[in-house]
Design a protein around this ligand. Structure first.
Ligand code: FES
Length: 598
């Protein structure tokens, strides 16, 4: 059986230019990046604070010792200013994001993060009032654990639950945000278990630590001298003022802010409706949406499958689309969009845009470029999604001979087992030589060389792979000698040249494909091994490009269908001979590669 349509899925990491200059980096800063940065500042604070609680598992003394360092650091004026500014900006940008979002098709994890994030100010209000507002309005109380622990564990025990809920809510919200950010990083695969352990262990450790501290303080508090020295009571009038602010005025103000956001959303919707609709044409359908919606928001609104690993945060580039036809009326890419497009190397192509950032004002036709099934895992592993380019590639077709005869007297299970063993032997041969097995059709395999290598290397890799195939199939035949009526035979063809490589297919069913005459020629060479009674046919051009002398092999001129000129090829009855030719040519690295497929 001969493979006809060369196609393969490439799972190698994409190359990203890391040498990004400062101006480019600054251009890439958008609202999301500011939100992330301010979130990280606050995460540093809560991490130190919760770690401080967790030290209560050692002793109340240890808690106080770390608190002195914690307070010293966070009350350095510039650090303190940064923290409060970050908190204000992060909170404001959270409301802004709520306003900006045009749809509520949240995933469970997104809705959890949103609800928890919005509830933090309410849970935090009383603690902030007691610890910071008290000091700010009525003079700074000496920062220690004694006051809050005594207040919560002795005077107002119901507040323990409020504090523990606050701790859990804030920590979970922060961890989800970090997860969204870090899951796209290449190190996440190995770091995830460690990060998960820290994320899961911190809240209980902090709660148990605080509880131990609280119990210790409750005991110490039975001593009037200790109370006099460590606790400073808040007069009832002052406490009333603080309670009024934190438990009455603040929640009202906060609720008003959220109502205002939704009112603004409603106003915007009405305004957009008045401005009219525009049509987005996808490959298989058309939708009419109000002006102002991004392409991705339109996809989500109409349940059109569309990859968006980062959830529209302009980080992942998986939502990218090709705009077909007139682009004159499209708004230019924002700084952030341009930065992301630049990072993936498509900024020179104005037809490629990020669907989550592009908000057309008139009819537009788009084609999503990545399959909707694209996820963070695939992205981290760097699944290559090629939009098409020309490249010198060497193709090697290997086909099993006599598989139909082999299948006649065997159970289906045995046939599949044998074919898989054969394909495994050939694939491993290609991998060991530096190539890639790309397509399996029946009992044949197509391997490609040169996706990341120069033409000479690609040709040498292909020759080494052919030698590896001979070694591996030979080994397999010896191993299965008692099960086989005769050794498994094969034919292989190798040819190289410029081909088009890129992803083709439909939605989730795209494959990385090499298209072009050289690929077809390699398939034909493989087919001609039957008539020329040999195991391998390699075009002369491959030996020349590889700088490998092929004088020891039979030179033949053959006619290839569709070509005017005859083609010079070298035939080999035993492709393992290629290894010694490579060795003689001085390429010890490749010639030394021995397949371990079996
Ligand atoms: S969805 Fe990630 S960049 Fe658009």
């Amino acid at each position: 059986m001969t493979p006809q349509a060369p196609a393969f899925v490439d799972v190698r990491a994409p190359r990203v230019d890391r040498s990004i200059k400062l101006p480019v980096l600054l251009r890439g800063i958008g609202v999301r990046q500011v939100r992330l940065t301010t979130g990280l500042v606050m995460f540093t604070y809560i991490f130190s604070h919760f770690f401080n609680h967790a030290l209560g598992n050692i002793s109340y003394e240890t808690m106080e010792a770390w608190l002195r360092f914690h307070v010293w650091w966070w009350r350095i004026p510039v650090v303190n200013y940064t923290l409060y500014t970050a908190a204000c900006i992060h909170f404001s940008l959270g409301l802004w994001a709520l306003y900006q979002r045009r749809h509520f098709r949240y995933t469970a994890i997104e809705i959890t993060q949103l609800v928890l994030g919005l509830s933090i100010p309410l849970w935090l209000a009383s603690h902030f009032g007691a610890v910071r507002l008290n000091g700010a309005l009525y003079g700074l109380a000496p920062p220690n654990y004694a006051g809050p622990l005594y207040a919560y564990w002795v005077l107002r025990p119901h507040m323990i639950a409020v504090q523990f809920i606050l701790l859990t809510v804030a920590w979970t919200h922060a961890c989800i945000g970090l997860y969204f950010w870090l899951r796209l990083k290449s190190f996440f695969s190995w770091a995830a278990p460690i990060l998960l352990a820290v994320a899961v262990l911190m809240p209980p450790l902090a709660m148990i630590g605080a509880h131990h501290g609280g119990r210790e303080v409750a005991e110490l508090g039975q001593d009037p001298d200790w109370r006099k020295k460590n606790l400073r009571g808040t007069p009832a009038a002052q406490r009333q003022v603080i309670d009024n602010i934190t438990l009455f005025y603040f929640p009202i103000g906060y609720a008003a802010a959220i109502i205002l956001v939704f009112a603004a959303r409603g106003t915007r919707t009405l305004r957009e409706r008045r401005r009219g609709l525009f049509t987005i044409t996808y490959p298989d359908r058309q939708v009419r949406v109000p002006k102002g919606l991004s392409i991705l928001e339109a996809s989500l609104r109409y349940k059109i499958p569309h990859a968006s690993v980062c959830g529209g945060r302009a980080r992942c580039s998986t939502c990218r689309v090709r705009v077909v036809g007139d682009r004159a009326t499209l708004p230019p890419p924002s700084g952030r969009e341009a930065f992301v497009l630049d990072r993936i190397g498509v900024s020179a192509n104005p037809s490629i845009r990020l669907a989550c950032q592009l908000r057309p004002q008139s009819d537009v036709s788009v084609i999503p470029l990545l399959p909707p099934s694209m996820n963070a895992d695939l992205l981290r592993k760097g699944r290559r999604m090629n939009i098409g380019k020309e490249r010198y590639i060497v193709s090697m077709f290997v086909d099993m001979r006599g598989s139909t005869r082999l299948a006649e007297a065997r159970l289906p299970f045995d046939v599949v087992f044998l074919i898989n063993r054969f394909l495994g032997a050939c694939s491993q041969a290609a991998l060991d030589a530096g190539g890639q097995p790309n397509q399996f059709v029946g009992d044949g395999v197509l391997a490609l060389f040169g996706i990341d290598a120069d033409p000479a290397t690609a040709c040498r890799q292909a020759l080494q792979a052919a030698a590896n195939v001979a070694t591996n199939v030979d080994h397999m035949n010896r191993q299965l000698a008692s099960d086989l009526p005769e050794p498994i035979q094969y034919g292989l063809g190798i040819h190289g040249g410029d081909v088009i490589i890129g992803d083709i297919g439909f939605r989730d069913h795209t494959v990385f494909t090499a298209l072009g005459d050289p690929v077809n020629v390699a398939a034909r060479l493989q087919d001609m091994t039957k008539t020329l009674d040999c195991k391998a046919i390699v075009s002369e051009e491959v030996f020349v490009t590889a700088s490998v002398a092929a004088d020891a092999l039979t030179r033949t001129e053959i006619a290839i269908r569709g070509r005017e000129e005859p083609m010079i090829v070298r035939t080999a009855v035993d492709p393992s001979a290629f290894a010694s030719l490579l060795e003689r040519a001085g390429d010890r690295t490749l010639a030394g590669a021995v397949s371990n497929a079996q």
